[in-house]
Design a binder for this molecule. Structure first.
Ligand SMILES: Nc1nc2c(c(=O)[nH]1)N[C@H]1C(S)=C(S)[C@@H](COP(=O)(O)OP(=O)(O)OC[C@H]3O[C@@H](n4cnc5c(=O)[nH]c(N)nc54)[C@H](O)[C@@H]3O)O[C@H]1N2
Ligand SMILES: Nc1nc2c(c(=O)[nH]1)N[C@H]1C(S)=C(S)[C@@H](COP(=O)(O)OP(=O)(O)OC[C@H]3O[C@@H](n4cnc5c(=O)[nH]c(N)nc54)[C@H](O)[C@@H]3O)O[C@H]1N2
Ligand code: SF4
Ligand SMILES: [Mo]
Length: 873
């Protein structure tokens, strides 16, 4: 067998090591047993990477003003137009908008070009929507953007608090590690999240707090720790300043905290008691903390607790910001944020001068640039005239996404570097640059616990796709900065970055890769900069060497629900989709779990809004509307709803969550408040519904609403609309796409139509129309698309939408690794009397792959046993 290529997963900031080998007709991806992040484990997204390597959706050539071009033409156009914009409006009329999915080397190149050679610090990134509050909190408390601990601390802790983190879905391998540690040593787990997520599967206590109330909960906890004698006086005396002021600001009784958070006093007391009594505590936090107009203070409240109790820098302790993207950390290290310079330096005159000398920079930026939300507002009002977007999809993922789209539409120069050919953002690009994708990319990434790993290529770059650093360096050369961008490959860039981190450092800055500067890049094994744990010696990177506790007080979210918008809209992620679905949207198996956007809603609110489970609803805020399928669940608090962030205009009509979110930001970090928007719900009641299964995704002409997904064997579109004209337009469009009249069955009395297009004997498309959602065996039908329908019987079965006996549908996929659906699991539990996850694994394989579905399997087991108890009673 060929040697495996060792590389790193392109999804979440867990940063799992992978081994990739050629396998029958494709690539086999397995967890790398030698990588410290995952030690061989994988989650469903990592395991399915082999399914996402096709070239069908890729951008393979540069495109300039709508015309395919070669690289010299594209580079000359980009450089010439950037230079013209700067000549007209000065350096700050240019901006980069980058991404935590770029490699460190790509990021370094873009940052150097803008801040050292073009003279602007307008270099911001989607990390502004993601990690900015954690960065600001760390810098305020520690004097540096440092995550002090390592993953092993989750396994060594006796109490793990998961605050605003859905670890089970978003960092599944860390979740697996924590679950195992809990089974082995009884770790206590507390989840702080307004929703009951799958993460609560391992929780001893779930505090379903009112959205945005974290500071109240944590300040109450700090007060309690002070009263209970749980502060570490020795540590704070020598290593911390600001304790008294922070404590004064935090003063809050248990009943006050419980009332502000909207949870039972007893539960709050239990949490406080456990925390005060458990020296080995880790607090993991993520977007429930960061994405808030009080994000930096929420982070501050967490850091205050760990500093006051001395729970930092030692095994099994620490505040732990888990990063979202695979290289969010690398981006921070190179300084890819508008308020940082490079290598964890800021815009103080000494740092500006140091970096100027190191780069030999002719036009050093001397002050901070525009942060993401402000940057796009500056594009909208014409202050920024030339924008280069790389590795991110802001038309979808930024708040006020419609304003972002208007800004892009009026900007004189939009350059977009992406690996795929069509995204909501690319549609606004004057110049499109094809980037190499995972599997072809070559460079380094840094994960949540400061482990630097290599992403190595195992595929050649297709057609004209090139590395992002190469595109930046080529434009820099065309602008006349050749000598400073003369790298031959990513190894040269990494070495330069490592040297800069060590340049005039001498222990004054946390980030120092000096030892790696001369390393063998190709053979570079994963390593943690700063060592396993930082701050163990009580020395911090502030001017006085002490950590700073900052007084923080509770402030509610920027907007409160009122009579017009009585609900609170929360947004976030699904287990098997990644962001705007440009990669995960290629895998049919990853659509199995949640095939379309849903709005999760409490039963009381569903009744109040006249919404039924499985129906469609219109979700409205003062900025915009989306349509989603109603999922009634008591996992939501009454008055609060949740929608996913993944669907774009490419995958659905009216499902872009970003269009609903106002651009309120945290005053320190500039991070937008993406999770707390006043909203209302109304039924969406079209007069007809359709289900279309086809060999591709045709234009859904005539439909008012539609959503697409890939299934095993076919592309599936659900549609809906009102009136005859829409239905006629839909049929006309399909007739044009699939060549003429279908074989069809009409029942005008019941409003039902079924049409199948057979091309060369094979089923090209089949459409079901009805006044309700067509109830047909869609999984089985998907398997019929592309098949030879030789007999009249075959054709009739397809038009009937029914599988032959014994070949029924599995229902929504629970286990993505083995494609096991909910119906099959429920049947097996019932018929074979299965009682444990292990039983299900033995019978069906489900849950024995990556383990991401274990929480759901347990839920199915417990609802089956409730069913049995009810039947007995
Ligand atoms: N499957 C999957 N995994 C991913 C990603 C993905 O797209 N898909 N994206 C990656 C990225 S970039 C990121 S940043 C991470 C994000 O990882 P997470 O932060 O874990 O994910 P989210 O779903 O955004 O939000 C987490 C939780 O915050 C809760 N929350 C909302 N408001 C509050 C509040 O006021 N207080 C508290 N305590 N909680 C609140 C939400 O209910 C939600 O369950 O995931 C990474 N991993
Ligand atoms: N309402 C709401 N909005 C949110 C969030 C939320 O929780 N709620 N979460 C926010 C967070 S935390 C994040 S991180 C963002 C994510 O949002 P985005 O960054 O906009 O989402 P992605 O789909 O990851 O976009 C990445 C794009 O880069 C391309 N790409 C991937 N790799 C490369 C590469 O190496 N080079 C180039 N040139 N292109 C590449 C992909 O094809 C894709 O088009 O969304 C944010 N928006
Ligand atoms: S947990 Fe899953 S998505 Fe995250 S890095 Fe590991 S395999 Fe990739
Ligand atoms: Mo993120």
């Amino acid at each position: 067998m060929a040697d495996a290529v060792r590389t790193t997963c392109p999804y979440c900031g867990t940063g799992c090591g992978l081994r990739v080998r050629p396998a029958a007709g494709g690539w086999q991806v397995t967890g790398d047993p030698d990588h410290p992040a995952n030690v061989g484990r994988l989650c469903s997204k990592g395991a399915m990477l082999g399914e996402t390597l096709g070239l069908e959706s890729r951008l393979l050539h540069p495109v300039v003003d709508g015309k395919q071009a070669d690289w010299p033409t594209a580079i000359a156009a980009a450089a010439g137009r950037i230079a013209a914009a700067i000549a007209r409006g000065g350096p700050d009329s240019f901006a980069f908008y980058l991404s935590g999915q770029l490699l460190t080397e790509d990021y370094y190149a873009a940052n150097k070009l803008a801040k050292g050679f073009l003279g602007t610090a307008n270099v911001d990134t989607n990390s502004r929507l993601c990690m900015a509050s954690a960065v600001a909190g760390h810098r305020r408390a520690f004097g540096s953007d440092t995550v002090p601990g390592c993953y092993e601390d989750l396994e060594l802790a006796d109490l793990v608090v998961l605050a605003g983190s859905n670890l089970a879905w978003c960092h599944p391998v860390l979740f697996q590690r924590l679950r195992k540690a809990r089974e082995e040593r009884g770790t206590r787990v507390v989840v702080v999240d307004p929703r009951r997520t799958d993460t609560c599967d391992i929780a001893d206590l779930h505090l379903a707090i009112r959205p945005g109330s974290d500071v109240a909960l944590l300040n109450g906890l700090l007060s309690h720790c002070a009263d209970a004698g749980a502060l570490d006086g020795e540590f704070t005396r020598w290593h911390v300043t600001g304790l008294d002021d922070a404590l004064r600001a935090a003063r809050m009784s248990v009943p006050e905290a419980a009332a502000l958070c909207g949870v039972e006093e007893g539960a709050v007391r239990r949490f406080y008691g456990w925390f005060a009594a458990t020296p080995r505590t880790v607090t993991v936090f993520s977007q429930g903390i960061n994405q808030s107009s009080a994000g930096t203070d929420k982070v501050g409240a967490i850091l205050n607790l760990h500093l006051a109790t001395g729970r930092i820098g030692r095994p099994g302790t620490g505040p732990f910001s888990v990063t979202g993207q695979p290289n969010a950390m690398g981006g921070r290290e190179v300084g890819g944020l508008a308020n940082q310079l490079a290598a964890h330096m800021g815009f103080d005159p000494a740092s500006v001068d140091r970096v100027r000398r190191f780069w030999g920079a002719p036009a050093m930026a001397t002050r901070e640039g525009l942060k993401a939300v402000d940057l796009f507002r500056a594009v909208a009002d014409g202050r920024v005239q030339a924008l280069w977007i790389m590795g991110t999809n802001p038309a979808v993922s930024l708040p006020e996404a419609d304003l972002v789209r208007r800004a892009l539409a009026r900007c004189p120069l939009v350059i977009v570097s992406d690996c795929v050919a069509d995204t909501d953002t690319l549609r606004f690009a004057h110049i499109r640059l094809p980037a190499v994708a995972w599997g072809e990319k070559n460079g380094t990434v840094t994960n949540s616990d400061r482990t630097v790993s290599r992403q190595r290529p195992f595929l050649p770059p297709p057609a004209l796709a090139k590395p992002d650093w190469w595109a930046v360096a080529s434009v820099a050369k065309a602008l006349g900065f050749g000598p400073a961008f003369a790298w031959e490959g990513p190894a040269d860039i990494f070495a330069e970055h490592a040297r800069l981190s060590a340049f005039e450092n001498g222990g004054s800055r946390d980030f120092d890769l000096g030892d790696a500067a001369g390393a063998d890049y190709d053979a570079l094994a994963p390593f943690q900069w700063g060592g396993r744990r930082m701050f163990g010696d009580g020395r911090f990177f502030t001017a006085d060497g002490r950590a700073h506790m900052v007084p923080v007080t509770y402030r509610p979210p920027a907007e409160a629900p009122g009579p017009d918008f009585p609900l609170r809209l929360n947004t976030g992620r699904y287990r098997d989709q990644w962001h705007t679905m440009t990669r995960t949207g290629l895998s049919s198996r990853l659509f199995g779990h949640r095939p379309e956007p849903m709005v999760d809603i409490h039963p009381e609110d569903a009744r109040g809004s006249r919404l039924a489970d499985g129906g469609l609803a219109r979700v409205e805020t003062r900025l915009g509307t989306m349509v989603a399928r109603v999922a009634v669940t008591d996992g939501q608090r009454p008055g609060e709803i949740f929608v996913p962030i993944h669907w774009t205009d490419r995958f659905a009509a009216r499902a872009v969550a970003g269009r609903l979110i106002p651009g309120h930001t945290d005053p320190v970090s500039g991070q937008p408040e993406s999770k707390h928007v006043p909203a209302r719900l109304a039924p969406f009641a079209p007069s007809w519904f359709g289900l279309l299964l086809a060999r591709d995704f045709p234009e859904p002409d005539g439909a008012e609403w539609w959503v697409r997904r890939r299934a095993e064997g076919a592309c599936v579109t659900e549609l809906a609309g009102s009136g005859h004209a829409g239905r006629r337009a839909l049929l006309a469009g399909l007739e044009a796409a699939y060549g003429g009249e279908p074989i069809q069955v009409f029942d005008p009395g019941r409003g039902i139509a079924r049409c199948a297009w057979i091309v060369d004997g094979r089923l090209a498309a089949v459409l079901f129309l009805a006044p309700h959602r067509p109830g047909v065996a869609s999984q089985w039908l998907a398997g019929q698309v592309g098949r030879d329908l030789a007999t009249a019987e075959d054709r009739l079965a397809v038009l009937a939408g029914k599988a032959p006996a014994g070949r029924g549908d599995d229902g929504p996929i629970v286990c993505a690794c083995f494609s096991v659906g909910v119906a099959r699991i429920e049947r097996a539990i019932r018929e074979r009397a299965l009682v444990s996850v292990a039983d299900i694994g033995g019978a069906l394989g489900a849950g024995t792959g990556c383990g991401s579905c274990v929480p759901e399997l347990r839920r199915l087991l417990s609802s089956a046993s409730e069913g049995r108890v009810a039947a007995l009673g």
